[in-house]
Design a protein around this ligand. Structure first.
Ligand code: MN
Length: 253
């Protein structure tokens, strides 16, 4: 049963995350990405395949830059209902921290074989129709090393590829328009949300995104773990800066 691990890790009386539901059998080819400010900030990339959300944790997030391959750890399948979840997982629970619905849409499988078969082969190709992520991508398993859950996610070169694209310049919810900090504080949804890829996060000073984009475009050689740690530090600082009071994000980890 694919959702047993998901259920075993969570106590549904203590977390707002959805319990596994009954799958309809229909597929809507849904995909989503959640920005998850847990012990380490990461992005959870999810594709609906065979009634569940096949999931990868991507420390550096997905990118539209075709010159960069980002590490993606395959994690337990999530129920389809998880794909619309945004909110806070309380301290003491698995994955405690704020969850932002960062992108969502549909995808087309490429390659002419079923998704499960492509995953088993370690080479999954698809085209995304998201609000932020568009065009062709691939998830490629790094075989013969580690625990076997190590993959890379990469953007193919097409009309949606954007060299130098910086995921952190798009840190707002496609569901509520909120920033990570606004979600962590349970602030209400914004009246209007940004829908255009390329818009900078509104909590940032205008000079910052360009500088970060330039930096991420050149700094691609470091191992994923070290880079993830670096990014968490800089993002936490960024989230706390405009608040001018202690962030609850920190204490809820
Ligand atoms: Mn996560």
């Amino acid at each position: 049963m694919p959702l047993e691990e998901y259920a075993a890790k969570r106590r549904f009386g203590n977390t707002p995350e959805p319990p596994p539901g009954t799958t309809s059998g229909k597929t809507s080819n849904y995909f989503c990405v959640q920005r998850h400010d847990a012990t380490r900030l990461h992005y959870d990339f999810r594709l609906e395949i065979d009634g569940v959300l096949k999931s990868w944790a991507v420390p550096k997030g997905p990118t539209l830059d075709p010159g960069i391959k980002h590490f993606a750890a395959q994690v337990e399948d999530h129920p389809f209902e998880y794909g619309s979840f945004e909110g806070n997982i309380p301290a003491g629970n698995y994955g405690a921290g704020s969850v932002m619905l960062w992108d969502r849409g549909t995808f087309d499988l490429l390659g002419g074989t079923p998704g499960a078969e492509q995953i088993a082969r370690g080479d999954l190709k698809f085209r995304l129709h998201g609000e932020k992520l568009k065009g062709e991508f691939a998830l490629v398993q790094m075989k013969g090393r580690g625990k076997g859950n190590e993959w890379l996610i990469l953007k193919k070169r097409d009309e949606f590829a954007v060299p130098g694209w910086d995921v952190e310049a798009h840190a707002y919810s496609v569901l509520s328009g909120r920033t990570q900090e606004e979600i962590a504080r349970n602030l209400p949804a914004r009246a209007s949300k940004r829908k255009t890829a390329g818009a900078a996060d509104r909590v940032w000073e205008s000079s910052k995104p360009a500088r970060r984009a330039a930096k991420s475009a050149t700094a691609t050689a470091a191992p994923p773990a070290a880079k993830a740690k670096k990014k968490l530090t800089s993002t936490s600082r960024k989230l706390k800066a405009p608040a001018k009071r202690p962030s609850r994000t920190q204490s809820s980890r």
